[in-house]
Design a protein. Structure first.
Length: 262
């Protein structure tokens, strides 16, 4: 071990001596003028790098200040919207009756219920459609959509109702078959299952000619885009309710559609 260590030390010393000799010989061969020019060139590049660093530091600080300013503006607008929210939605749908259909469990059903109740609306029934892998072999989208549509509009129950509820495919709460002012369909945020997508489209097609529909679906965070299709298809699509503007959009869209239908 000692011999090996001394061997490595000797090797390192030899390398450094060789480097020193190389530098000495190189400076002798190329001359002092070359070395001085090289040093000046290095100083110029060092100066440029320092200026670039200072400029970058200044730009970063300006961006930080701008970011703080924008964040303060955003907080101001958010607080403003929160303050005016009650004036825009409270009791705007007083006494109006709605049914909720939730496709999968991941939609904001409780948020919808809270906003509707704040507006004075009445939730007559809430129906949740859940998916299991084995469903593909036993049910079709038309079977599911027809059953849910008849259940909500007419209060019809049959043997299939029992099968669906016993297997936790459909969970129904409330009164069915009552007169409604609209149906709110909540698109499951994480569901990409083809059977559920087809069932949702089929439900919309069955109901849109009979009653106003409001479809809440996921969109880009912060999006205020409202896709209104009432005139052509009887369907109003609304962004998710994760922010206050989306919640206000739901109530105002229903209110506007209610006034138009009178």
């Amino acid at each position: 071990m000692i011999i090996d260590f001394r061997y490595h030390v000797a090797s390192l010393v030899a390398i450094f001596i060789a480097l020193a000799l190389g530098i000495l010989i190189g400076s002798t061969l190329v001359g002092e003028d070359f070395m001085e020019n090289l040093a000046r060139e290095q100083q110029i590049w060092i100066g440029k790098l320092e200026n670039d660093y200072l400029n970058l530091k200044k730009e970063t600080e300006n961006l930080r200040i701008e970011l703080v300013k924008k964040q303060n503006e955003l907080n101001y607008y958010y607080n403003f919207v929160a303050e005016v929210k009650p004036f825009l939605i409270n009791n705007k749908l007083q006494g109006k009756k709605f049914a909720i259909i939730e496709i999968e469990q991941n939609g904001p059903s409780q948020d919808v219920a809270n906003i509707l109740e704040q507006s004075g609306a009445i939730i007559v029934s809430s129906t949740r459609l859940k998916f299991y892998d084995w469903m593909r072999e036993r049910f079709t989208s038309s079977m599911l959509s027809e059953h849910i549509s008849n259940l909500i509009l007419n209060g019809e129950t049959n043997k299939m109702t029992s099968i669906l509820e016993e297997n936790d495919i459909i969970r129904s709460i409330g009164k069915y078959g009552e007169e409604l002012d609209g149906i709110i369909i909540i698109n499951g945020y994480h569901s990409q299952e083809k059977l559920l997508i087809e069932a949702e489209n089929s439900i919309i097609n069955l109901l849109k000619s009979q009653i106003p529909l409001y479809v809440i679906e996921p969109m880009e965070p912060g999006s205020l885009k409202i896709i209104k299709e009432q005139v052509e298809s009887g369907v109003c699509r609304i962004p998710n309710l994760q922010n206050i503007p989306g919640q206000i959009a739901l109530i105002l869209s229903i209110l506007e559609n209610t006034k138009r239908s009178k």
